[in-house]
Design a protein around this ligand. Sequence first.
Ligand SMILES: [Ca+2]
Ligand SMILES: [Ca+2]
Length: 251
Amino acid sequence: MNLNLNIKKFSSSPVSCSPSSSCPKGSSGFTLLELLIVISIIAILSVALVVILDPAEALRKARDAQRISDTNTMKTALGLYLTSTSTPYLGGLATNSTCKPTPATAFTSAGTYKIWYSLPIASAISDLSLDGVTPGTTAIAKQATTPALVDSNGWIEVNFDTLIGGSPISNLPVDPINTISSLSGVASTDLVYRYACSVTPLAFEIDAQLESTAYTSADDKRAKDGGNSTSYYEVGTNLKIMGATAGGLDF
Ligand SMILES: [Ca+2]
Ligand SMILES: [Ca+2]
């Protein structure tokens, strides 16, 4: 009885009746305890919703889906270029010499062979151990000023404009995040696209990093792509061009 009296004492009832205003029949205010209970329930439900929906993970998963789509779009475009061009060049406007001779060739030819990155040139990548090569005999990291160009001036130096009917893609996709944390120490976790090629066979590989728990743990797409690295999502016509060394590319 005393408890009930105390609650009533702290009632926050907004209803006040005066002689000039009549109170609705049967109306009554909420007690402070009732308000606190409602607020607590709303707070608990809000937290539960955030946990269940996990908007940050949903965004990461959406970006991963974009990466999977992007890399496969580029694979299709490059495949079309290879099959419909009489003298295709995968390593520059008119050269394949920047591609590795074979997929098995190590990236150890004094910087002859290149790994292309979708990062725009703000500062050049200075990592000397790309794909795990011995420092000093590194693959060169190539970047483009305007990565999205499809006329060989983009981050993949293939001229899609030479195709009959024009380029099958209007722009070269770049990673939705497209950053490298340390240009002197590129890491496999950096969210950026990579590309490399080989001469015999004339082939290419594109690697992307994924970030969502859904696609890197529960359903690890990086381990199911048929490639030689579990650190990357790999697509291409030969998936042994990058990531042949222990730990894979850029570790
Ligand atoms: Ca893989
Ligand atoms: Ca690979």
